[in-house]
Ligand binder design. Structure first.
Ligand code: NAI
Length: 248
């Protein structure tokens, strides 16, 4: 049995990395997928073709998740194309890491807008549809550093901690309408985002993880399948750490 048959999912920032892996895993479970990213490149179009080959409906939308108006327009277009939204994965995110001493106002504002405001933008935009349906699962991509903090990532960590507060509040606010909201806190997941980390630092990180390896995008995608599916129908307002026991 496919776990997401008959469901439609939006995944933001899905052209590569964890978002792409979620899209592929969702399609394998029978979900139709509406994917967003800053632009629709040839590579992104190739992903859509790969998804369609799995027998599901898939479409790419160019959309800056940090932009309130654009997000509303994107969700309107998705609802017109797919008629329903059962799962929203707020995955788009960036880093602008540096010590507070060197952090500029622009670095702070950009990370807050892309990582945190985007979650507000998309959740608000899908709310009407999910309320009408009396069903929905919202999954917000936080991070272990949103739970524990990290030197050199005060902007990123604050944005990811903010996501957790938002998640818990929405779970309380929309629970009576059968809309669930959870956060995932991935640890060290090997993607283009982590490729920026120097090799020696990366090795040091991996050694410090109890499971002795970085996670894969599929490790995170599998947690999303659980939270998006009816297997988790009584799970809401939670933070699921997917981190090889980095955080306990
Ligand atoms: P990535 O950099 O490989 O992919 C992020 C995607 O988001 C890219 O396709 C990018 O174009 C898109 N994006 C960036 N700004 C956007 C915007 N304003 N609107 C729409 N799309 C935008 O990153 P990765 O590693 O796949 O991360 C995905 C999520 O997981 C992020 O929220 C990240 O903070 C979170 N995360 C990643 C971890 C890791 O170790 N890779 C650990 C913990 C959390």
């Amino acid at each position: 049995m496919k776990l997401l048959e008959g469901k439609t999912a939006i995944v933001t920032g899905a052209a590569r990395g964890i978002g792409k892996s979620i899209a592929l895993a969702f399609a394998d479970q029978g979900a139709n997928v509406a994917l967003t990213d800053l632009s629709v490149t040839e590579e992104f179009e190739a992903l859509i073709a790969e998804l369609e080959a799995k027998g599901v409906k898939a479409k790419a939308y160019a959309s800056n998740a940090a932009d309130f108006e654009q997000t509303q327009q994107t969700v309107d277009a998705i609802v017109a194309d797919f008629q329903q939204v059962d799962i929203l994965v707020n995955n788009a995110g960036i880093t602008r890491d540096t010590l507070l001493m060197r952090m500029t106002e622009e670095m702070w504002d950009l990370v807050m807008d892309v990582n945190l405001k985007s979650v507000f933008n998309f959740t608000k935009a899908v709310q009407k549809t999910m309320l009408k349906q009396k069903n929905g699962s919202i999954i917000n991509m936080s991070s272990v550093v949103g739970v524990s903090g990290n030197a050199g990532q005060s902007n990123y960590s604050a944005s990811k901690a903010g996501i957790i507060g938002f998640t818990k509040s929405i779970a309380r606010e929309l629970g009576s309408r059968n809309i669930r909201c959870n956060a995932i806190a991935p640890g060290f997941i090997i993607t283009e985002m982590t490729d920026k980390i120097p090799a020696d630092k990366r090795k040091e990180w991996e050694e410090s993880i109890p499971l002795k390896r970085g996670g894969t995008p599929l490790d995170v995608a599998n947690a999303c399948i659980f939270l998006g599916s009816d297997l988790s129908s009584y799970v809401s307002g939670q933070v699921l750490n997917v981190c090889g026991a980095m955080n306990t």
